[in-house]
Write a protein that binds this ligand. Structure first.
Ligand code: UT7
Length: 329
């Protein structure tokens, strides 16, 4: 059987750093509140002329270089995002042109779980023989969709992009995947206006309905249930247990979520990767950005097992178990 494995990893972060003290100049908040409630100290914000596909270009090029491939080698591009450049065409098509690819390209929208969904799509294409080399990008400029006068949301998010190259491989790299969705409570985390249900009008703009609205406590409760459950299911599908996991790499939304999940899975906290302090919640980009940090810091060894776990609006959740097959840096 043909398997899929990660052969390239890349990341891109916009240059502008916004600290908690900077946030405190915009809304009534404090470095102390943000740090103790979320673990975040600073985040990156895209430049005015950067949209989601522009962030994706940097990550995708880095992943291609890491894999030793040229754009012409790629036969599938999947972009996970919930802040596409525009409603249509997809950010994947815009990114395809910027990279000089000529392969099929489309977006996957599962909010902060988008990257795990995108891995599933690319893995299935490779395993079935419909693609051999897929570029999977998680990119979000979610700060464009945030109300910077709403302290409940604006302190949480940052912008960025991460990418994997997945290739057909004799040795399995992507092991088991678990995905889930429960659309019964969309209001828990949503952007109500700007789509076909509530097209943009002067009123929707005045009411701020094209910004992210979130019931933080509901999402928190959901996350600390969903992450352990989906991780265990994906591990079972891989014939592995939590003891086999070298690194749990959860979506970076709140340090308190990561700590709670570590306890619930009986994992030492140092095996649960976190870079939320410097990046905040970068939505679909957070998981590949985290893997890139682990990889470039020399923390990954061939044979390591990574549990990549996402959750977010929808509600959606999902986990992909990865055996690290790249040679050590
Ligand atoms: O990828 C998307 C996934 N999203 C998430 O994972 C979010 C999950 N939820 C969370 O991370 C947390 O619920 C938050 C960080 C969003 C909020 O933390 P919390 O401990 O649940 O706070 P809270 O919503 O219960 O609010 C406590 C207080 C409130 O004041 P009152 O009503 O007690 O007077 C808020 O108004 O904190 C206030 N507050 C703030 N104060 C200072 C809310 N945001 C801020 C802020 N600065 N930025």
């Amino acid at each position: 059987m043909t398997h899929a494995a990660i052969t390239g990893v890349g990341a891109y972060l916009p240059e502008r750093i916004v600290t908690n003290d900077d946030m405190a100049k915009m809304v009534e908040t404090s470095d102390e509140w943000i740090r103790t409630r979320t673990g975040i100290r600073e985040r990156r914000i895209a430049a005015e002329d950067q949209a989601t596909s522009d962030l994706g270009v940097g990550a995708a090029r880095a992943a291609l270089t890491d894999a030793g491939l040229a754009p012409a080698d790629i036969d599938l591009l999947v972009v996970g995002t919930s802040s596409p450049d525009m409603v249509m065409p997809s950010s994947a098509c815009l990114l395809q042109a910027k990279l000089g690819l000529s392969c099929p390209a489309f977006d996957v929208m599962a909010a902060c779980t988008s990257f795990i969904y995108a891995i599933q799509v690319a893995t299935s294409a490779i395993e079935s023989g419909r693609a051999r080399r897929a570029l999977v990008v998680g990119a979000d400029a979610l700060t464009r969709l945030i109300d910077f006068s709403d302290r409940r949301t604006c302190v949480l998010f940052g912008d960025g992009a991460g990418a994997f190259v997945l290739e057909a491989n004799d040795e399995p790299g992507i092991l088991g995947i678990d995905l889930g969705a429960d659309g019964s409570k969309p209001e828990v985390l949503q952007i109500p206006a700007g789509g076909s249900a509530m097209p943009a009008t002067c009123q929707t703009v005045e009411d701020g309905l094209h910004f992210v609205q979130m019931n933080g406590q509901e999402v928190f409760k959901f996350a600390v249930r969903a992450i352990p459950a989906t991780t265990k299911k994906a591990l079972a599908a891989s014939d592995l247990t939590i003891d086999d996991v070298t690194w749990l790499v959860p979506h970076q939304a709140n340090q308190r979520i990561l700590d709670t999940v570590a306890d619930r899975l009986h994992l030492p906290h140092e095996r649960v990767f976190s870079n939320i302090e410097c990046l905040g919640n970068t939505s679909a980009a957070s998981i590949p950005l985290a893997v890139n940090d682990l990889y470039t810091s020399g923390s990954l060894r061939r044979g390591d097992v990574l549990a990549l776990v996402g959750f977010g609006a929808g509600l959606t959740w999902g986990a992909a178990i990865v055996r690290w097959t790249k040679e050590d840096l």
